[in-house]
Design a protein around this ligand. Structure first.
Ligand code: NDP
Length: 280
């Protein structure tokens, strides 16, 4: 049976450590503040924003909520970001994605100061990660590294295969595994012999966006399998990109869905907010 990598327990550990740090900072007169902007009232986005607010409250981070109507123009949103960029009391700025179609997402991502880019999506943050300089790192892949480290899984020298090359998961995931001295292969929809490549992996990170696509035939016996995917199956139950029932018996360690990578994303967002005081 595989070791179960418990994201609920590990994310709670991280949040509790951050809570202590934030209390210490407060004692020394420093308050951390996150501004969260939501445009429109997409239900899923409202849930994510609500969860971020709750996490801030738990840790002691001040949160400012900007709930803007769907008709907000790009110029109005850019103005607000500019105001928050220049507000010394604000450490982090997050615009909940996706934004409505009439707003250019790339322009919004670029407008946030790289010094307050707690989502780690700004090209400067991405560039800093790729050349090993300090900067904000995308929260989900940063969470995967914490899951591995805090479960005692060595990355250095390991064959790491990442399925997916998106800007928010696959690419930063690969850069982070490389930074930890893994030997990294990135797979995507044009990869030939995907199964063979995956079966080389000591650590297989799956961010393919296809429910239960990865079964035991993609996995080497004893491999560590990290499932980033999140979907609802035919019975409306949450599931990942990995077919857990098939893979768990042969994996060395595996993350469940829910309760694996999911809870880590918000914990790492909170970590980025606290880290913002060190990014200049
Ligand atoms: P994307 O859809 O942006 O990327 C999917 C990647 O998988 C692409 O690079 C694509 O290749 C590749 N791919 C698709 N089909 C295949 C295939 N048959 N064989 C090999 N590669 C394939 O997804 P995201 O990166 O945004 O998200 C991935 C998963 O993670 C989703 O399930 C998403 O819901 C989940 N997610 C979970 C988060 C969390 O907090 N737990 C946060 C973010 C995402 P190509 O580039 O060639 O098209």
């Amino acid at each position: 049976m595989a070791q179960l990598i418990d994201g609920k327990v590990i994310s709670k550990q991280i949040k509790d450590e951050l809570k202590e740090k934030v209390a210490e900072l407060k004692e020394n007169g420093t308050e951390i503040c996150l501004a969260v902007i939501q445009v429109g009232n997409d239900t899923a986005s409202s849930v994510y924003v609500g969860n971020k607010k709750k996490a801030c409250e738990y840790i002691g981070i001040k949160s400012l909520a900007y709930e803007l109507p769907e008709e907000t123009t790009e110029a109005e949103l850019l103005n607000l970001i500019d105001k928050l960029n220049h507000d010394d009391a604000v450490n982090g700025i997050l615009v909940q994605l996706p934004v409505p179609e009439h707003i250019d997402e790339d322009k919004i991502i670029k407008a946030i100061s790289p010094l307050k880019d707690v989502d780690g999506f700004h090209p400067m943050s991405v560039g800093a990660l790729s050349i090993g300089q300090p900067g904000f790192v995308s929260c989900t892949p940063a969470g995967v590294i914490q899951l591995l480290k805090r479960s005692g899984i060595e990355i250095a020298g390991k064959e790491c295969v990442v399925i997916g090359r998106s800007n928010i998961v696959g690419k930063p995931m690969s850069m982070l595994l490389l930074r930890e001295n893994g030997t990294v292969t990135i797979c995507h929809s044009r990869t030939k012999n995907l199964k063979e490549v995956c079966r080389r992996a000591d650590i297989l990170v799956v961010a393919v966006g296809k429910p239960k696509m990865i079964d035991a035939s993609y996995v080497k016996e004893g491999a560590v399998v990290i499932d980033v995917g999140i979907h609802r199956d035919e019975n409306n139950k949450l599931c990942g990109d990995v077919d857990f029932a098939s893979v768990e018996p042969i994996a060395g360690a595996i993350t469940p869905v829910p309760g694996g990578v999911g809870p880590m994303t918000i914990a790492m967002l909170m970590n980025n907010c606290v880290e913002s005081i060190n990014i200049r």
